[in-house]
Write a protein that binds this ligand. Structure first.
Ligand SMILES: Nc1ncnc2c1ncn2[C@@H]1O[C@H](COP(=O)(O)OP(=O)(O)OP(=O)(O)O)[C@@H](O)[C@H]1O
Ligand SMILES: [Mg+2]
Length: 457
């Protein structure tokens, strides 16, 4: 049964409209002014609003604006006894569905209500389809790490628990967050992302909590923050480690109490959001070193999900490549076949460290399909399209490799590799290599001996 709200200060109108609509089988709420009307809308179950433009306390146009900004899918039919074409046009421009003049023509009321409800249903359906479609959000992979993540997502998505997603750049942290939201009871409500690293310190508070008109220079109107926009849904705090300590304190309070004030405002705003956060930093270390609040860490990290880097799940590499290929070819002229990789190229891709993880792989595949003009991509071409990062082919993920080594060991290994690389780049010319490294040739000789480096040709 559809819910219709009538906002009018004339009790006679509320009564008559209410009766007509109830006769049609609708659930009817009434409000004598905009404030009360908005309060009823907050409950979240109103489909269509009949709104008088001439209201006490808060003007009808203003109420219309509020409704359209907060509940864009809700259709509003405006009513006014002071009808001029101008106000009608203005109301329609602000997003009103239709316009009724007083005295009301009751035969039109039911038709308009029916049409508006149909429109509202269409909008919702459209939104749902769009969302479903944009779930390119498929998680590919069959290695143990990915299976485990799928399992945790399946178990934790429907709960309300906070989740912290950890992993390097481009591993798929946002994808995991979106999947959790999509699998939750909040799926039809907004998924709102905030990149904490991208927002300057002085703006983060207003970004998260919104501000009142005039709160600071440039605050020309009231603005809702991400917490408010995410109400009922999920708030994804990306790069959460990059928030200032000051902002952390405010976020802590907001998630503890689900209440905050807009910047420059005093009225508490109450919301219901589920928090998912992500970072590529070692948060425990950030806590130890005093850059991240421990209490916030524990609040956010109820269920941790670690997304492993691509180099630790190489078995998924070709499955991912096939997947990106198929997605690229979906919108393509089928007469042009996508290039294949030669066995050598495949070896090269398997041996590569993929420091940019899945995002890098995806970009690489896009580059190859667009730019490579050979039907079989050779190792050279593949290397070429790996681009800049191709130069780190042999030293991918240095930090991991040095895990568990003593400082001197790690330093020696690094030095050995660097000397080897410079030698190779300078065709094993000692004088030039020494110059490139900024050491004396005798010193370079010493290192070559120390590390037993082979001087080719
Ligand atoms: N397992 C996967 N299967 C298919 N596509 C994936 C997978 N993991 C990631 N992707 C895709 O790779 C891209 C990068 O993923 P995403 O943005 O989620 O990574 P991220 O960890 O948030 O990266 P960053 O740290 O750079 O923000 C996205 O286009 C995503 O859809
Ligand atoms: Mg991300």
């Amino acid at each position: 049964m559809a819910n219709i709200l009538v906002i009018d200060d004339e009790s006679a109108i509320l009564e008559v409209l209410g009766d007509i609509l109830k006769d049609e089988g609708y659930n009817v709420f009434t409000a004598p002014d905009g404030i009360e009307g908005l309060r009823i809308l907050e409950s979240g179950s109103v489909d269509v609003v009949f709104l008088d433009l001439w209201l006490p306390v808060k003007g009808g146009m203003e109420v219309l604006e509020d409704i359209k900004s907060k509940w864009p899918n809700t259709e509003v039919i405006v009513i006014s006894g002071h009808a001029t074409v101008e106000t009608a046009v203005k109301a329609i421009k602000l997003g009103a569905y239709d316009y009724l003049e007083k005295p009301l023509d009751f035969s039109r009321v039911t038709t308009i209500a029916r049409n508006a409800l149909r429109m509202e249903a269409l909008r919702r359906e459209n939104e749902r389809l769009k969302k479903e479609h944009s779930i390119e959000d498929q998680m590919i992979g069959s290695t143990e790490g990915i299976m485990k993540i799928r399992e945790i997502i399946r178990q934790s998505a429907p709960s309300e628990s906070r989740i912290m997603i950890l992993g390097e750049n481009g591993t798929g942290k946002e994808l995991v967050a979106r999947m959790i939201h999509a699998g939750s009871l909040r799926a039809s409500k907004p998924f709102v992302e905030v990149n904490c690293a991208a927002i300057p310190d002085n703006l983060i508070e207003s970004e998260l909590f919104g501000h009142e008109k005039g709160a600071f220079t440039g605050a020309v109107s009231r603005r809702r923050g991400k917490f408010e926009i995410a109400d009922g849904g999920t708030l994804f705090l990306d790069e959460v480690a990059d928030m200032s300590l000051d902002a952390q304190a405010k976020v802590l309070r907001a998630i503890q109490e689900m209440t905050f004030e807009r910047v420059g405002g005093e009225e508490p705003v109450h919301v219901d959001v589920r928090i998912i956060s992500a970072t590529n930093k070692d948060l425990r270390r950030e806590v130890e070193e005093g850059r991240f609040r421990e209490d916030l860490y524990f609040r956010l990290n109820v269920i941790p999900i670690y997304v492993p880097p691509l180099r630790e799940r190489k078995e998924d590499l070709f499955e991912l490549i096939d997947y990106f290929y198929s997605r690229l070819s979906a919108g393509r002229d089928s007469s042009r076949k996508l290039p294949e990789f030669s066995p050598e190229a495949k070896d090269l891709l398997s041996g590569y460290g993929w420091p940019g993880n899945i995002r890098e792989l995806k970009n690489f595949i896009e580059r190859v399909t667009i730019l490579a003009d050979e039907p079989v991509v050779s190792a050279e071409t593949a290397k070429y399209y790996l681009g800049e990062s191709g130069s780190v082919l042999k030293t991918a993920s240095p930090e991991k490799e040095y895990d568990g080594m003593k400082l001197t060991e790690a330093r020696d290994l690094f030095e050995k590799r660097l000397v080897e690389r410079r030698l190779e780049e300078n065709s094993y010319n000692i004088a030039r290599t020494a110059q490139a490294l900024g050491v004396y040739p005798s010193n370079l000789h010493g290192k070559i001996k120390k590390y037993g480096i082979e001087i080719k040709k």
